[in-house]
Design a binder for this molecule. Structure first.
Ligand code: PNS
Length: 177
């Protein structure tokens, strides 16, 4: 039987618990799932592509059928390159639907054989978005339970370089001991 490969494209700036929830669900229904981070030169992301990739690789390492990659250009072309027959996208609320429908139909127009599969993340993540996580963190609010601990730590380091320095010193001291 042929393997069903799906891609899960997005910006993941940063990855949230909602993304992770969707990756887990996708990994159960597809033979292989490629989390594909868009290299978008137009946007100025908070996390570099390399940082997002490292975080996602660490966070998905326990899923044997999940890989992380980056891409630019059209999603349908990338799907072709990796032999994917489906695009996984999450729908949290009705407000996501219009944008997602437009993208799915445009992708279908560009490549009719590629199916978009929508999945719903767990309801506790239905209001969680990378944009809101960035905003709340930047304004000093708590993002606990919204992102994995690793992402929370990276966000803290990003927003307060003094914490990063402290962390680096501790790691260095730990290595020496
Ligand atoms: O997580 P995001 O930022 O909502 O993801 C949007 C993404 C990456 C799926 C979308 O912008 C995309 O597919 N970009 C690639 C360019 C492309 O194929 N555009 C036409 C799609 S309709």
């Amino acid at each position: 039987m042929t393997k069903v490969i799906a891609i899960y494209p997005g910006s993941f700036d940063p990855p949230t618990n909602g993304h992770l929830d969707l990756i887990e669900r996708g990994s159960k229904i597809f033979d292989e799932l490629v989390v594909a981070i868009l290299r978008n030169a137009e946007k100025s992301p908070l996390f570099s592509l390399a940082e997002r990739r490292l975080m996602l690789e660490a966070l998905t390492a326990h899923f044997k059928n999940v890989q992380v990659d980056t891409f630019d250009g059209l999603t349908v072309d990338y799907a072709n390159r990796v032999g994917a027959s489906a695009v996984l996208r999450g729908i949290r609320a009705l407000s996501d639907y219009e944008y997602e429908l437009q993208m799915a139909l445009m992708n279908r127009k560009l490549q009719p054989e590629l199916e978009t599969v929508f999945m719903m993340p767990a309801e506790q993540y239905s209001y969680v978005s990378s944009r809101l996580v960035r905003e709340v963190a930047q304004l000093g609010g708590s993002i606990k339970d919204l992102v994995p601990e690793m992402v929370e730590q990276r966000l803290r380091e990003k927003l307060d370089p003094a914490i990063k320095l402290q962390h680096a010193r501790k790691t260095k001291a730990g290595k020496r001991a």
